[in-house]
Design a protein around this ligand. Sequence first.
Ligand code: COA
Length: 261
Amino acid sequence: MADLQNILTEEKNGILYLTVNREEKMNALNFDTLEEIKGIFEEAEDNKAIKAVIITGAGEKAFIAGADISEIASLNEVNARKFAENGQEIFAMIENCHKPVVAVTNGYTLGGGCELAMACHMRIATANAKFGQPEVNLGIIPGYGGTQRLTMLIGRGKANELMMTGDMIGAEEAKSLGLVNHVLPTKAEAIEKAEEIIAKIMSKAPLAIGMVIDCVNAAFLSDENGYQTEANSFARCVKSGDYKEGTSAFLEKRKPVFKGE
Ligand code: COA
C-alpha cells in the first residue's frame, strides 16, 4: 500500500483490515483520508491475494463520526457539489468491489461514517454503536449517498425520521431496522463475527460472489434492469471453471475446490 497517513492496513489470511486512524478526531473523514481509501480499494480490487476487506475505526469511541466538519465549514456551492460527488464515487467503488467488504462499527457511526458503513456489503456492530445522520444540525444533508442508501436499507419513513431529526439510534434498533446484520458485545467479537462470515464466503466460488454483488447492486439502480443483469451474470458464471468444479464436486460427492477462474 502507498504511503498512508490516516489509515492503518494489515493483510492476514486473505483479509485486508482497513482501519481509519484519526482517533483524536473521532476518525472523521477528511479529504486526504477519503483519497487514501480510494487508493486502497483501487489496489485491493486487482490484488489476487486480497479476498475480502474489513473496515474499522481506530479506538473504542467511534467507527467514524462523520465527514471532517472543519473542511465542510468552508464549502461554496461549486465545490460542495464536487465534495459530494467525490465521496459518492469513492463509496460506490466500495459498494461495487467484487470482494466482500464488511464494516465493523463501534461507537459513533455518524454522518459520512454511517454512509461509509452503508456502502459496505454488510455491517457488524458492537453493542455500544450509535448510528445517525446528524447533518441537519449543520444546515446540510448527507452527501455521500446516505439519503439513497439509508432509504434503501431501512425504508422511506424511518429514513426520513432519522435524517430530519438527526437522532442517533443504538445498535439493537439499527439491527431491527435492517441497518446492521449482527450485534456483538465487543469490537474483538464483532471482528471475529466478520471473519467467520468472510471465511464462509471465501470457501465459495469467487466469481459467483462478485456476480451476487453486481446483481444486488443492480436492484437499486434505476437505469439498470436487475433481472437482465442477473441473467447475464448467471450466463457468465457458467463460463467459469468454478461452475464445472462446483457442479462436478456435488455429483461426485466431494468438496469443491474453487480457483476463482
Ligand atoms: N469532524 C471533525 N472533527 C470531529 C468530528 C467531525 N465530524 N467529530 C468529532 N470531531 C472532533 C471534535 O471536534 C474533537 O476535537 P478537539 O478535541 O480537537 O476539539 C474530537 O473529535 C472529540 O470530539 P468531542 O466532540 O469532544 O467528543 P464527544 O464525546 O463530546 O462527542 C460526538 C462525540 C461524535 C457526539 C461529537 O463529536 C459530534 O457530534 N461530532 C460531529 C458529528 C457530526 O455532526 N457528524 C456529521 C458530520 S457531516
